[in-house]
Ligand binder design. Structure first.
Ligand SMILES: [Zn+2]
Length: 338
């Protein structure tokens, strides 16, 4: 299975889970560094370029949060803050970055989804604490594309900040909705018990990417995130690859998946399975009522999560994303599942 170098780059930028903005900043830094036409970059030059990216991003008086936990600042936010307050000189800030900012992001950047082998060493090799060796592949990907790739990274950075901002600062309505779901919710039940039932409605393919699923690799996923709904009702459960499940995480899906879920639920309602009674009790007794109830929950989840979409956009559909489908097939093959 062949991926192009540009696909590898996009895979790194678009498919990982981001608990903070480090990866995006490193992507921008690597592109900046290609503009110097030097293959070997000193740790100091790397630290400086990385710091400069954060300094310009956090220059605004109302800098956006760089990670999801509102009680904490990232290492880079602390360094930038201390520099802005005059506690660190620029040279000291660069040194701090070199010493403290790279332990996670340098080893982890070259990862797609949950896989650390596919792209390891593709764009750089690190002599940690000393230098970074940029590969020919990085220069080829950057060639003539720096402006485009930088703007892709900037919009990604903005999306992450927006999602982190929402987790810090909920509107009253979002807080009220959260409270209602929490009040009516219950602790997680044993989801694997639902697999045999749900399999009958998915023809052994993943709800999200449409690729086949191997026995043992099937995961039960909440289409609307459990951390919003706090329940395991069957109308919101589908089967997916482990990697699709992880990649989606607790984010919103696009409207096309809501339509697909409504159709799937109507399939269950058309059968004689006793569990159809559960769906009727939860969503309503007619197809129109059920569609309306499900959409109401979707709207509530949007209110609570904001524009926190899988893939960064409401239109993202892994079923139509050939790179994503190839990637999932490759990850599954690697596990020896087929
Ligand atoms: Zn899948």
């Amino acid at each position: 299975m062949k991926f192009s170098e540009a696909e590898y780059w996009n895979g790194i930028i678009l498919y990982g889970l981001n608990a903070a903005t480090y990866k995006i900043a490193l992507g921008k830094t690597l592109l900046d560094l290609t503009q110097r036409n030097q293959q070997v970059v000193t740790w100091d030059a790397l630290s400086q370029a990385y710091l400069d990216n954060y300094l310009s991003r956090l220059a605004a008086a109302q800098a956006m949060p760089q990670q999801s936990n509102p009680a904490r600042l990232t290492i880079m936010e602390r360094i930038v803050r201390e520099y802005q307050l005059g506690k660190l000189t620029y040279a000291q800030a660069v040194e701090e970055v070199g010493l403290r900012a790279f332990h996670d992001v340098i080893p982890r950047f070259q990862t797609i989804g949950t896989d650390r082998e596919i792209v390891q060493g593709k764009f750089y090799n690190a002599d940690f604490g000393r230098s970074l060796n940029l590969t020919e592949a990085l220069f080829r990907v950057a060639d003539g594309e720096v402006a485009n790739l930088q703007s892709q990274l900037d919009s990604r950075w903005g999306l992450l900040e927006g999602a982190f901002q929402i987790s810090h600062d909920h509107s009253q309505l979002a807080n009220d909705l959260r409270g209602i779901y929490l009040l009516n919710g219950y602790h997680r039940t044993n989801l694997t018990a639902n697999i045999p039932f749900l399999e009958g409605y998915q023809a052994n393919t993943c709800f999200y990417c449409g690729e086949p699923m191997a026995a043992g690799g099937v995961h039960v996923d909440h289409v609307l995130p459990r951390q919003v709904l706090h329940h395991d009702e069957i109308w919101n459960l589908v089967l997916a690859h482990q990697d699709c499940n992880l990649s989606k995480s607790d984010r919103l899906v696009g409207e096309h998946f809501i339509q697909k879920l409504i159709a799937r639920n109507e399939n269950i309602m058309g059968s004689n399975h006793p569990w159809k009674g559960k769906i009727e009790r939860e969503l309503g007794s007619s197809p129109a009522q059920r569609a309306k109830s499900l959409r109401k929950h979707y709207d509530n989840a949007k209110e609570i999560l904001g524009a926190y979409y899988w893939g960064g956009a409401a239109g993202y559909n892994p079923e139509a994303d050939s790179f994503y489908r190839k990637l999932i097939t490759r990850l599954n093959n690697k596990k020896g599942a087929f």
